[in-house]
Design a protein around this ligand. Structure first.
Ligand code: HEM
Length: 111
């Protein structure tokens, strides 16, 4: 049996993520003790799941975390208010008009 599914839709479905599925709330994966909690891999299929799971998944997560940590350590990023952020249909997820932000170097990084 062949199944075609939309990763974009799957990441925003109430039945999968609950009532607050459209809210950006990364703390949903952090326990009260501050420990990262793990969800079932089948809920996040960007890297596929099961026997054909992406072999580069862990290295990709490590790379993403290293890039984000280094950016946030060195820069303050403020999202410009009142802009329409909408997806552009493409092979990878892009924004139609981009995401406008103000970037300032952090004092700690400049010192
Ligand atoms: C954000 C980055 C990445 C995404 C979203 C991604 C996504 C995926 C997906 C969806 C598949 C399953 C394809 C299928 O249907 O069979 C896959 C397979 C695979 N990926 Fe990635 N990948 C990423 C990065 C990487 C990296 C960095 C490597 C290697 C260092 C890698 C190595 C592989 C390999 C070897 C497979 C085949 C696994 C198998 O079929 O046994 N991927 N990837």
């Amino acid at each position: 049996m062949k199944i075609l599914y939309s990763l974009y839709a799957l990441g925003r479905m109430e039945v999968v993520w609950g009532e607050d599925c459209l809210e950006f709330r990364p703390e949903r994966w952090i326990s009260e003790k501050g420990v990262i909690t793990f969800d079932h891999a089948d809920k996040f299929l960007v890297f596929n799941a099961g026997p054909r799971t992406c072999l580069g998944r862990d290295i990709s997560f490590t790379q993403m975390k290293a890039v984000v940590a280094s950016l946030l350590y060195n820069f303050e990023v403020e999202v410009i208010k009142d802009q329409v952020v909408s997806p552009k249909i493409a092979v990878i997820l892009l924004t139609k008009n981009g995401l406008m932000v103000k970037v300032r170097e952090r004092a700690v990084a400049a010192a």
